[in-house]
Design a protein around this ligand. Structure first.
Ligand code: HEM
Ligand code: HEM
Length: 177
């Protein structure tokens, strides 16, 4: 088992973070899609109850992932192109900004917030409108933009795997090379 990354493959920790977060993000978007397509249905109520706590967990995980990627800087697989590099950076930026804006809004609302029973915000009387406005304006839209980038990311992974002269990047994130 190779814990750290190397030039030709991601190590176990990066892979666990990548695939674990991919699963949680897929769930997170399922909650948002159910909200849009089937608002107030039993499915929406079940899924939406998980949106805030899971979003808070993702916020924590992306911080861990960012630190781990810094610790591995200089010995990770190289991006295939500038576009790939920028795409990965944009996804990182959005997985930070999207939950961060929502958490600021949650704080500003003055309502207590205890994701998975952990008392993260105690709540207070009144609200701080300046903390709520950015998420009201941007949280949903930036969330959907992230989904678009993720779909592009998955499509490009498949393209690189199928094109005969391209490097198969999936092999760096999965399997044992
Ligand atoms: C990576 C994490 C997150 C993603 C990808 C995400 C994604 C989304 C998306 C796409 C929507 C739009 C749904 C629609 O169009 O109706 C949405 C709405 C919402 N999210 Fe999140 N979310 C995340 C984290 C959070 C967190 C941490 C909170 C609160 C603590 C939160 C609270 C809300 C609320 C209240 C709404 C409905 C109001 C609005 O559209 O801004 N989300 N989220
Ligand atoms: C669901 C959300 C996903 C997000 C946010 C995401 C994000 C990222 C990011 C930021 C990287 C750069 C490496 C790192 O710093 O971790 C990466 C690498 C990679 N991802 Fe994803 N990913 C997602 C899902 C997927 C899926 C479903 C696939 C497979 C089809 C996939 C395949 C890959 C591959 C092959 C690499 C390595 C690319 C390379 O070495 O250039 N990802 N991903």
């Amino acid at each position: 088992m190779q814990l750290k990354d190397s030039a030709d493959r991601y190590g176990t920790v990066s892979r666990a973070l990548h695939w674990g977060m991919a699963l949680l993000i897929a769930w997170q978007f399922a909650t948002a899609i159910a909200r849009v397509l089937a608002k107030d249905s039993a499915l929406d109520e079940f899924l939406w109850a998980t949106h805030k706590p899971l979003g808070a967990l993702l916020m924590l995980l992306v911080l861990v992932r960012g630190l781990w990627s810094l610790a591995n800087a200089g010995h990770r697989p190289r991006s295939l192109s500038l576009m790939a590099r920028l795409g990965h950076l944009a996804m990182y930026a959005l997985i930070v900004v999207v939950p961060l804006l929502a958490l600021l809004r949650q704080y500003g609302s003055g309502r207590a917030f205890s994701p998975f029973g952990v008392p993260l915000m105690g709540g207070f009387d009144g609200e701080i409108k300046g903390l709520m406005a950015p998420a009201n304006l941007l949280h949903g839209w930036l969330g959907w933009l992230l989904l678009v980038l993720i779909v592009g990311h998955i499509v490009m992974t498949i393209v690189h795997r199928r094109r005969p002269n391209d490097e198969d990047v999936l092999a760096r994130m999965i399997g044992n090379r």
